[in-house]
Design a protein around this ligand. Structure first.
Ligand SMILES: Nc1ncnc2c1ncn2[C@@H]1O[C@H](COP(=O)(O)OP(=O)(O)O)[C@@H](O)[C@H]1O
Ligand SMILES: [Mg+2]
Length: 284
């Protein structure tokens, strides 16, 4: 059961090592990296490669750790208690009918081993990771309302992703295997593009990648374009049939690329880029 990348997903050697290390250690794999570097997709691909169902938990700023375990639906119980038929009355008497299982509960009690993705953990408040420590460590938790202990039948393979918006607590980090997805170098990026656009002309791809890395390496950029933005941009270049010449400036200097809105997402960055192009033109 080794992960080797897949047809749709380009995994570097060190990423594959990290996945397999986390599986061996039976620890969560904490994947950090810029947005768009394939963190979420990694979990999907590993689950598919290992033929495991993937349970996903997408974290928001308001998500609480408890929601991953279970929630007590008091509102439904109150509503049912106001109905007068015998069936509802019987239902109301048993609190278990109003315990809504969260993703962790589902993962723990699944019949077969599953993969579990806790996506963008850094979105939640600072307490969130600490609140899940014990559950992730011991793979069990207690349901106070029904006085039952939920224990994992099989230890799920846990993926935790972070875009690095917040630091994670040390006690939490200690329990994970960590991998940082570095931004792909040109060769890896070529392989990634090839997965998405198999027939793309080499010359066009070469010119597009040069422009893309030029834009990315611009000092002072607020938001660097990512892999997914490059893919969007290439899709547009192909759809609009943009000629190769539009991407290549004759004199090795930077030009404002067509459809730059796919790459740069705020006006400061566009202005910065235009200024640079303007200065270079004047320097000729
Ligand atoms: N290694 C890769 N192989 C293939 N496609 C990739 C890879 N990395 C990123 N992508 C593309 O970029 C998109 C964004 O990836 P995603 O997993 O959503 O990024 P993240 O979760 O890190 O923000 C994916 O849908 C995929 O099309
Ligand atoms: Mg993601």
């Amino acid at each position: 059961m080794k992960f080797q990348g897949s047809k749709q997903y380009v995994a570097t050697q060190d990423l594959m090592l990290a996945v397999n290390a986390a599986v061996t250690l039976q620890r969560p794999l904490l994947v950090k990296g810029e947005p768009g570097t394939g963190k979420t997709m990694l979990a999907e691909e590993v689950a598919a490669a290992l033929k495991m169902p993937l349970l996903q938990w997408h974290i928001k700023s308001t998500t609480k750790a408890q929601q991953g375990l279970y929630e007590y639906d008091a509102v439904s119980r109150l509503r049912d208690s106001q109905l007068s038929d015998a069936e509802s009355a019987a239902k109301v008497r048993d609190i278990r009918n109003y315990i809504v299982k969260g993703v962790l509960w589902q993962a723990f009690t699944a019949e077969q081993p599953v993969a579990l993705l806790i996506d963008e953990i850094d979105k939640a408040d600072i307490e969130f990771p600490n609140d899940l420590l014990r559950e992730i460590d011991r793979m069990e938790f207690y349901v106070y309302e029904t006085r039952e202990l939920v224990q994992a039948k099989h230890r799920p393979i846990v993926f935790i992703t972070s875009n690095n918006e917040k630091e994670l607590p040390d006690a939490f980090l200690r329990r994970c295997f960590f991998h940082y997805i570095r931004f792909p170098d040109a060769d890896t990026m070529r392989a990634i593009v090839d997965v998405h656009f198999p027939g793309l002309k080499k010359a066009l791809l070469g010119a597009a990648l040069k422009t893309f890395y030029d834009v990315r390496n611009l000092p002072g950029l607020k938001k660097k374009p990512s892999t997914s933005e490059l893919l969007d941009w290439l899709k547009l270049l192909v759809a609009e049939d943009i000629p190769l010449e539009a991407l290549q400036s004759q004199d090795e200097k930077v030009a404002v690329p067509p459809l730059v809105g796919a790459l740069l997402k705020n006006e400061q960055d566009v202005t910065l880029f235009e200024k640079l192009v303007f200065m270079q033109r004047n320097n000729r």
